[in-house]
Design a protein around this ligand. Structure first.
Ligand code: ZN
Length: 288
């Protein structure tokens, strides 16, 4: 994350988001699927038939389950996926893409960041890679299904000057999947919730929390009083809410710090990806 050498990822700015819109003919959004990738994230968004159509991150670092050559492709299939997006360029959020060449045939929409040379080299191999223009930082962009369920995303901060070390967690893209009943599944990547303008707007507009995929896998990093206050004040959706921690078994890096999530309103279930593996499962779905 703080490599001394940083390089800018390769990609042209997107001209029209509509050209990459993965929701064309998607009648409704059923929810999201969270894959067990060990340390890191890989999440896909499910259509009205429960089929993936958008992939958000394709990571898996420490404790990943991809031993066999084709394991990433088998466990995280991309049939029907129309677009790859990344929350940010830290390795645990993209590195399994290098193990599945099918990712290279898809269009990508990513944040422009100055990151590890390895990530920059990989980005140069993706032919259809597009960056969110820096002029769109702090702007919420929507891909909308036929019934108006939507995927909202926002690049939360600009790329810093070239002589500064970029913390990719703080300059990446955060997502919210919001259904027409005004319930949200928050996918912040590793961005602190209170730094995401979009999340504040949703909360102010009365959108209720349905689920959270814990930022920075629940660790202490970037956790502030403002983050705690922001989440505690947010009303939950009806029924049981879900929080998910995605990390590698036996971690020593304090992911998750589950106590951070104590005190949230309402009734929550907690899922941790190592438990999925113990149960012989590759993923868990959160449906609205
Ligand atoms: Zn991460």
């Amino acid at each position: 994350m703080t490599d001394a050498v940083r390089e800018e990822i390769e990609g042209v700015d997107v001209v029209r988001y509509a050209d990459l819109d993965p929701t064309v003919d998607v009648r409704a959004i059923a929810g999201v699927r969270i894959y067990d990738v060990g340390q890191g994230d890989a999440i896909c968004v499910l259509d009205h038939e429960g089929k993936p159509f958008l992939q958000i991150d394709y990571g898996g670092k420490f404790g990943h389950p991809f031993r066999a050559r084709d394991a990433a492709a088998r466990r995280m299939p991309l049939d029907g996926v129309r677009l790859m997006m990344l929350t940010h360029w830290d390795e645990d959020h993209w590195c399994s893409a290098a193990k599945n060449k099918a990712t290279l045939d898809l269009p990508w929409l990513v944040p422009r960041q100055r990151t590890s040379p390895r990530a920059a080299r990989f980005s140069a191999t993706v032919r259809g890679i597009h960056c969110i223009p820096e002029s769109d930082v702090h702007t919420s962009i929507a891909f909308e299904a036929v019934n108006r369920d939507c995927i909202l995303f926002e690049k939360i901060d600009p790329m810093p000057a070239a002589n500064q070390i970029e913390d990719c967690n703080r300059t990446g893209v955060a997502f919210a999947i919001v259904n027409r009943n005004k319930e949200a599944i928050l996918l912040p990547g590793d961005a602190p919730y209170d730094k995401v303008k979009l999340f504040g707007t949703l909360q102010a507009n009365g959108v209720k929390l349905r689920a959270i995929v814990a930022f920075h896998h629940g660790s202490r990093k970037h956790w502030t009083q403002a983050t705690r206050a922001h989440l505690r004040a947010w009303k939950g959706a009806a029924g049981t809410r879900c929080r998910i921690f995605s990390y590698g078994e036996g971690n020593t890096y304090d992911h998750p710090t589950r106590g951070n999530y104590d005190g949230l309103r309402g009734v929550w279930t907690t899922l941790e990806t190592p438990d999925l593996r113990m149960a012989g499962r590759h993923h868990v779905d959160i449906l609205f």
